[in-house]
Design a protein around this ligand. Sequence first.
Ligand code: 13P
Length: 252
Amino acid sequence: MKQKLIAGNWKMNGSLAANEVLLQGVQQGLAQALNGKQAQVAVCVPVAYLSQVQQLVKGSGIEVGAQDVSAQEQGAYTGETSAAMLKDFAVRYCLVGHSERRQYHGETDEHVAAKAQRALSSGITPIVCVGETLAERDAGKTEEVVKRQLAAVIHTNGHCISEIVVAYEPVWAIGTGKTASPEEAQAVHAVLRAQLHAATEHADRVQILYGGSMNAANAAQLLSQPDIDGGLIGGAALKSADFLTIIAAAAR
Ligand code: 13P
C-alpha cells in the first residue's frame, strides 16, 4: 500500500529558536505517533532555515522541503534560489504553485510548470499545488480550474509526471478554518486522479494531498478518503502536538 505523506508548510514563520523547539517536539513524539506503522513526513521551510533544518532532522526520517524554486537554472536572477542550490541542502520536496505564490507573485500555470520541471531535473519532487477560489467554486468552475492548472504541468513534464506530488488546496479553505468536507475533497481528488490516469500508466502511485485547514480534529476523516494520499498542513504544522496527531491519523 502506498504510504501517506504529511507535509508541513511553515510559510513565512519560524526563527532559529522556534524551529529547534518545534522539530524537537515532532521528533520526540514521532515514534509514538507512527505506532509501528508508516507515513512519510516532511517540513517545507523558509529557504533561510534549510541548513538549520537539514541538521536538526538528520537521522529522524523527516524529509526537508522548500516552498518555492526558481524557474531559471542559474545566473542574474536576484533573490531567486535554484533547484541545484536546494539540492545542496538535501531538499527532497519543493512546493510549486502554492496559491499564495499565484496570488501575490503573479505566477502563471506556465511558470509553475517550468518550476516543476526545474525541480524534477535536479531530483527534487515538486509538490504541485492546485485549487480554486471561492468565486470559482461558486461559479461551478472548480473542475475546470484544477484541471487547467494540472494540465500545464503534465504538458511540460511529459513522461516524468508520475514523479510529482499533487496538492489540492481550495483557496477558500486556506488559513480560514473552513475545510472542504471529505466528500467535496474526494470528488476533486478523483478528477485529478482521472486526469493523471489519462497521462500516465503510473497514476496510482502519485500522491494527491489535501490542504486547507487540515487539523488534528479533521485529519482522520479527510485521510480516510480513497484518493486522499496525505496532507499539506499550514497552521497546524507549527504546533508539534497537532502535527503529530495528523501524522498518527495518516500512519498505515
Ligand atoms: P492552513 O493549513 O493554515 O489552512 O494552510 C494550508 C496551506 O496553505 C498549506 O500549504
